[in-house]
Unconditional design. Structure first.
Length: 440
């Protein structure tokens, strides 16, 4: 009889009448074992029928009440720095395509040639038959660019953070993570099962006090190189010093620094003139300045081998598309050899930051592509984005939970493809909108 109930448990979860009959007919013999049954009994007693529908509806309604509801905007096409929809051409101040390579004509031409010789799909995970020469060529160029021993490529940056962090750290370890680190880092930390200690953003005193007071078999410090919603840069020299002092490994998420910081876009370490060493792991994504898709981690040969053996998001996922890997390889070669790409990017950054400051919208003087204009309430950010849209300018209103409550913002991201005149106009509109909306 017991086996029978167990077998039927799942199907009965939402069938009230049968559950209630079982509950009352079998009395104390009813096999309540562990959380699963207790959860079901709770749902029978407490929930009306259609539990799922009500739950989903309630959550969506609450998002709408808080002005946090999201939907997908749709466009017809992408041009470097601009978006097309119907008859409109919008200045795109939202993309992470920092060097304008995602729709660049010469990369596009190369893509056509590559499509003749490479498959669109790897067909299997890298460990089975999905590892092609182009994957390893891409890893070689990434390791060379980041000045590390080795690299490993993943289908996305999110998957990279999730898998690498949870493979490196585990139960009994301590992870020290900046409070403004990207969601994929937070998810990787949670999945790892390690004790998670979040330090105040870029606050080295807080990091030191946590490192000195929290125990852990192994310690891992994790920071974004460039913070995705604030555009500021992690104080890597201090972080690395602390890591050495407390015997910790440093994990840098260089998603927003790869391709834009440092002399040839090599990222945050090179921005500071720091050398990589074996206790530093650098991850990045090919979906931003590289203009493609996929994630990577740059590290030692030994950690690469370890990840191939233990990193579940790598092992149990099909290898990145060989065609996409070749495109990323091509674009990285371009970033390293065509110095005008970085020069144009830097010029766009200084034009917009300078124009905003001149017009009374204070922004930091940083070499990064991300400029946050913090407006406070979500409604205010949405209104500002809506008014920019009327001027054919698209800038994202970023709201909680992506950013902390009360810090909703317009997040501008720049591209080498933006024209100075368009950026000046955007700064002008933005300053006017902010001034006229001060009372919202
Ligand atoms: C800091 C950071 N890390 C990781 C990721 C994930 O990268 P991907 O888009 O390749 O999944 C992102 C993407 O937004 C990011 O901003």
């Amino acid at each position: 009889m017991r086996t029978d109930y167990e077998a039927r448990g799942l199907n009965l979860a939402c069938n009230h009448s049968e559950w209630i009959r079982l509950l009352f007919c079998y009395g104390s013999n009813f096999p309540i074992r562990g959380k699963y049954y207790i959860g079901n009994i709770y749902s029978v007693i407490m929930s009306p029928k259609n539990t799922w529908g009500k739950y989903i509806q309630k959550r969506l309604e609450s998002q709408k009440e808080k002005a946090h509801f999201r939907s997908l905007p749709r466009f017809d096409s992408l041009q470097p720095g601009y978006l097309l929809a119907g008859d409109n051409r919008y200045l795109n101040l939202c993309a992470n395509d920092y060097l304008g390579l995602a729709a660049d004509p010469s990369s596009h031409e190369e893509g056509k040639v590559l499509a003749e010789v490479l498959p669109s799909g790897a067909g299997a995970s890298r460990l089975v038959t999905g590892n092609l020469a182009i994957h390893e060529e891409l890893e070689k160029i990434l390791a060379d660019w980041k000045k590390t021993e080795a690299a490993l490529v993943f289908p996305s940056g999110y998957q990279t953070n999730l898998g690498v962090i949870s493979a490196l750290a585990g139960k009994g370890d301590s992870v020290f993570s900046d409070k403004l680190n990207h969601a994929s880092i937070i998810d990787g930390c949670r999945l790892s099962g390690a004790a998670l200690h979040r330090y105040r953003h870029n606050d080295m005193n807080d990091l030191q006090s946590l490192l000195s007071s929290k125990r852990g078999r192994k310690k891992l410090i994790i920071t974004d190189g460039v913070f995705s919603m604030d555009g500021d840069i992690a104080p890597l020299p201090e972080i690395i010093d602390l890591a050495r002092h407390y015997g910790a490994m440093v994990f840098i998420d260089d998603a927003h620094a790869s391709g834009v910081l440092g002399p040839n876009g090599a990222g945050t370490l090179s921005h500071y003139g720091l050398e990589w060493d074996k206790d530093i792991v650098v991850m990045g994504t090919m979906s931003k300045a590289i203009g493609c898709q996929g994630g990577f981690v740059c590290t030692t040969n030994e950690i690469r081998e370890y990840l191939i053996n233990f990193c579940r998001s790598f092992i149990y996922s099909t290898g990145i598309s060989p065609w996409m890997a070749a495109m990323a390889h091509f674009n990285i070669c371009r970033i390293r050899s065509e110095s005008q790409l970085l020069a144009q990017f830097r010029s766009a950054v200084s034009v917009l930051r300078g124009e905003l400051n001149q017009r009374g919208v204070p922004v930091d003087d940083l070499p990064t592509p991300i400029i946050p204009i913090v407006l406070g309430e979500s409604r205010r950010a949405l209104q500002c984005a809506g008014e920019l849209l009327q001027q054919n300018i698209i800038a994202a209103a970023i709201r909680p939970p992506t950013v902390p409550d009360g810090t909703a913002r317009i997040r501008i991201s720049l591209s080498a493809a933006h024209q100075a005149d368009d950026l000046k106009k955007a700064a002008e509109f933005l300053a006017e909108i902010i001034e006229s909306n001060d009372s919202i």
